[in-house]
Write a protein that binds this ligand. Structure first.
Ligand code: GLU
Length: 488
């Protein structure tokens, strides 16, 4: 067996294209990708589309788009090609047929003409006798010599004695008595291979030396090991990954949470934030929670992948993603601005003043949990006039506020230096002179500047807006406040 610690990894991600990229699938892809990148190996993407009814090109595109967004580039596969083309199983049928024919010719597999109706009847009869019994194909066609012109499946001649053993990098040695296996089907009546045959033929042909996938496939692995041996192929190493479950312990689906990678992209998480959460799902490195992608590559190791299934934690996911937006070591200012632009554009702000954008960023980092949220927090800087929240406007832009807005505007218009300290001093002395509570002036000022009852510090906002725009908004706020009088 190839030792994954010694040989250069050739690993793969083999999605069935019947939907979007599920975050559980992305986690499987990630562990493979990290391992390949850590050791300068190859990461192969193969599309397992032999189930024609469920597969679609649209889904292939969606999965690949999400892979690209996450930054998990592949060395071989769709779009990039490679030495083992094609990378779509639907285009590799001849290889599976050749393998099935070889097994039949060597007496290791056989054609089975039993019909579905016959097998159903046998299953029912067994159930009537013993409701708990597990039906296994009884080998009716095992030694059949004739080849009638009837539809057939190809079955593997499973040895009845002994055990099939493999050593899993996560679960350790797994031994399954062969008596527990039936003569499983390799090829359907329409000539298309089933998953086990196609996966083995391809993993061998593509030189995969470590097969890492979800634990839901661990029950297929003994059958695959038998096939490797029967076909005379070297058996790769295996690593099965613990499952991602819902809070209730069910298989995670969209009933429980957002499960497609693209939903997290649309919401405005960074790819690195998503990868960070996914990497920590089943893998750990001491107490560290937050990792850059490079750190994940450097630190990932199978030795720290746990066996226990985990529960997907939406809140933790959001917290990890937020941390990536908060820390400029994880998302640089330039990256942040690039990332937030499309979200601003979605809100109708397609050409934000770059200076204001740059200066507002430090005020946003601490507050915005995702980029959609960031665009919301940034909105009022660019929208002239800002959108006025109804409740805040009614509450704080009252007729009597107009005087304070104009008075404060007058006090600061005389300032030589437009700094937070100077603004604060001016604000305090204005409030003292009026002999009112701070908030009596502060809240109308906040609403006039931002349209909102909550915003970053007033003086910081005024620095970002600049003197002219701040004064303009204070005056417009005063007009609005007066307006409230005339329509009241
Ligand atoms: N097409 C299978 C799936 O999507 C891949 C299983 C494997 O990695 O062997 O579950």
């Amino acid at each position: 067996m190839a030792d994954p610690q010694i040989s250069v990894p050739r690993v793969r991600f083999a999605p069935s294209p019947s939907g979007y990229l599920h975050i559980g699938g992305a986690r499987t892809a990630l562990f493979n990708w990290l391992w390949a990148r850590k050791h300068g190996g190859s990461f192969v993407v193969r599309i397992e589309d032999t189930d024609q009814e469920r597969s679609s090109l649209e889904s292939v595109r969606a999965i690949l788009e999400s892979m690209k967004w996450l930054g998990m580039d592949w060395d071989e596969g769709p779009e990039v090609g490679g030495a083992h083309e094609p990378y779509f199983q639907s285009e590799r049928k001849a290889l599976y047929k050749a393998a099935a024919d070889k097994l039949i010719a060597e007496g290791k597999a056989y054609r089975c003409y039993c019909t579905k109706e016959e097998l159903d009847a046998q299953r029912e009869a067994l159930k009537a006798k013993d409701p708990k019994a597990q039906f296994r194909y009884p080998g009716t066609c095992r030694n059949r010599q004739d080849q009638p012109d009837l539809p057939y499946v190809v079955r593997f001649k499973t040895p009845s004695e002994g055990a099939t053993v493999f050593d899993d990098l996560v679960f350790g040695k797994i031994s399954t008595p062969n008596s527990q296996q039936q003569d499983f089907v390799l090829v359907r009546p329409n000539g298309l291979p089933l998953y086990n045959l196609a996966a083995v033929v391809d993993d061998h042909a593509m030189g995969i030396n470590l097969v890492a996938r979800g634990r839901d496939h661990i029950g297929n692995t003994p059958q695959q090991v038998m096939l490797y041996e029967a076909l005379g192929y070297e058996v790769p190493r295996f690593a099965h990954l613990p499952m991602m479950l819902s809070a209730k312990g069910e298989k995670l689906s969209k009933r429980h949470a957002s499960v497609s990678v693209s939903e997290y992209q649309d919401k405005g998480y960074t790819a690195a934030g998503v990868l960070n959460y996914l990497a920590r799902f089943g893998w750990s490195s001491g107490d560290q929670e937050i990792f850059t992608v490079q750190e994940l590559i450097d630190k990932f190791d199978w030795a720290q992948v746990g066996k226990s299934d985990g529960k997907f934690d939406q809140k933790k996911f959001a917290d990890v993603a937020f941390e990536h937006l908060k820390q400029s070591e994880l998302t640089s200012d330039a990256e942040y601005l690039d990332l937030v632009r499309p979200f601003l554009a979605d809100a109708g702000i397609s050409d934000p003043d770059p200076k204001i954008l740059r200066e507002a960023l430090p005020l946003i980092r601490e507050r915005a949990h995702d980029l959609k949220d960031a665009a919301h927090h940034l909105d009022f800087y660019f929208r002239q006039p800002p959108i006025f929240e109804e409740k805040a406007t009614k509450k704080f832009l009252k007729p009597e506020s107009a005087e304070y807005l104009r008075g404060f505007a007058a006090a600061i218009s005389a300032l030589d230096s437009w700094t937070a300290e100077a603004l604060e001093t001016a604000f305090k002395s204005y409030v003292e002179a009026q002999d009112v509570k701070m908030k009596v002036v502060a809240q109308p000022v906040r609403v006039a500047l931002s349209g909102r009852s909550a915003s970053p510090g007033l003086f910081e906002v005024m620095i970002v807006l600049g003197k002219d725009l701040s004064l303009q908004r204070l005056e417009e706020g005063a007009l609005r406040a007066e307006e409230a009088q005339t329509t009241a």
